[in-house]
Design a protein around this ligand. Structure first.
Ligand code: ZN
Length: 285
C-alpha cells in the first residue's frame, strides 16, 4: 500500500515538473523571437532576469514569493502555478486510468498539448502547428501500439478486427477520428466563408479537432462539437450578463477563440465520455 502512495507522489511530481516546462512552452512557442530551448533558464517576462533554481520549484515558489518576482517585484500571474497544478493532477488521473503503460505517456502528451493550446489560443488567438501535427501522428501511433476497442467503437471494431486484427481496427478508429474531426470543421469554415464572405473560424480549429479525433476516436467528434458549442454559448451568455454588452460592442475581441471550448469539451469526453455513451445507449436500447 505504501509503495502505491509513493508511486502516486512521484507521478504527481513528474506532472508538476512537466507543467513547469509547459509554462515555458506557452510563453515562448507563439512568440517567434523566442526559442523554447534557449535560454535554458526561465526568465522574468518583465525585468528579464533569470529565475534562480530555488525560485523555480513548481507551485511552492510562487506561494513563497507571494506571487511576485524576486528581482523587480512585479506580480507573477496565477496561471503559472495553476498550469503546474493542473499538469500534476492530470498525470495522477491518467496514471490511475491507464496504469503503467505506453498509453499513460501518450495521453499525458495529448493533454499537455491541449492545455497549452487552450491558453495560447485564449491569449493570442493562434494555435501553433507544433502542438497539433506531432500529437496527431502520436495519436495514430498510440492506436497501433496499444489497440483498444474504445477508439474504433464496437461497430467499426467488429467490421475490421476479424479481417485485419486489433491494431488495424484501432488505427481505423483513430484515422477516422482525424479525418472526421478535421473535415467537419473545415467544411463548417468553408461554408461560413461562402455564406458570409469572411472567415468565422480560426485556421487552427480544424486541425485541432483532427488531432483530438486521432486520440479519442471518431465517435468522440459529434459529442465534442456539441459539447464545445454548448460551453461556448454558455460562456458568451455569462460574459454578456457580466459585462452587460453584446460581443460586438467592446469586449476587446474581434472574434471568440473556439480552441479553448474544443479543449474543455475534449477533457469532458476524456473523463466522462465512455460513461456518457453507455448511459445514452442504455436509454435508447
Ligand atoms: Zn522581474
Amino acid at each position: 500500500m505504501d509503495y502505491i502512495i509513493a508511486i502516486y507522489i512521484l507521478i504527481f511530481a513528474f506532472g508538476l515538473s512537466v507543467g513547469s516546462f509547459l509554462n515555458v512552452v506557452i510563453y515562448r512557442l507563439p512568440r517567434e523571437s523566442l526559442s523554447v530551448s534557449k535560454p535554458t533558464r526561465s526568465f522574468c517576462p518583465v525585468c528579464g532576469k533569470p529565475i534562480r533554481w530555488y525560485d523555480n520549484i513548481p507551485v511552492l515558489s510562487w506561494l513563497i514569493l507571494k506571487a511576485r518576482c524576486r528581482d523587480c517585484g512585479e506580480p507573477i500571474g496565477a496561471r503559472y502555478p495553476l498550469v503546474e497544478l493542473a499538469s500534476g493532477l492530470l498525470a495522477v488521473y491518467l496514471y490511475y486510468h491507464f496504469g503503467p503503460s505506453l498509453n499513460f505517456f501518450f495521453y499525458f502528451y495529448f493533454v499537455m498539448c491541449l492545455l497549452a493550446i487552450a491558453l495560447i489560443d485564449l491569449e493570442l488567438m493562434v494555435i501553433p502547428t507544433a502542438l497539433m501535427y506531432p500529437p496527431a501522428l502520436a495519436g495514430l501511433l498510440c492506436a497501433v501500439l496499444e489497440p483498444s476497442v474504445n477508439l474504433p467503437g464496437p461497430w467499426l471494431w467488429m467490421k475490421v478486427e476479424p479481417l485485419w486484427g486489433p491494431r488495424a481496427a484501432s488505427l481505423a478508429g483513430s484515422l477516422a477520428g482525424l479525418v472526421l474531426g478535421w473535415g467537419s470543421l473545415k467544411a463548417v469554415s468553408v461554408g461560413y466563408k461562402l455564406a458570409r464572405g469572411h472567415d468565422g473560424m480560426g485556421d487552427g480549429d480544424p486541425p485541432l479537432l483532427g488531432m483530438i479525433g486521432a486520440f479519442l476516436g471518431w465517435q468522440a467528434i459529434p459529442v465534442i462539437i456539441l459539447g464545445s458549442t454548448i460551453i461556448g454559448l454558455a460562456s458568451v451568455g455569462i460574459m454578456m450578463l457580466i459585462s452587460k454588452k453584446s460581443p460586438d460592442e467592446g469586449w476587446g475581441l474581434k472574434a471568440l477563440p473556439f480552441g479553448p471550448f474544443l479543449v474543455l469539451a475534449s477533457f469532458f469526453y476524456l473523463f466522462f465520455g465512455p460513461a456518457l455513451v453507455n448511459w445514452y445507449l442504455s436509454m435508447i436500447l
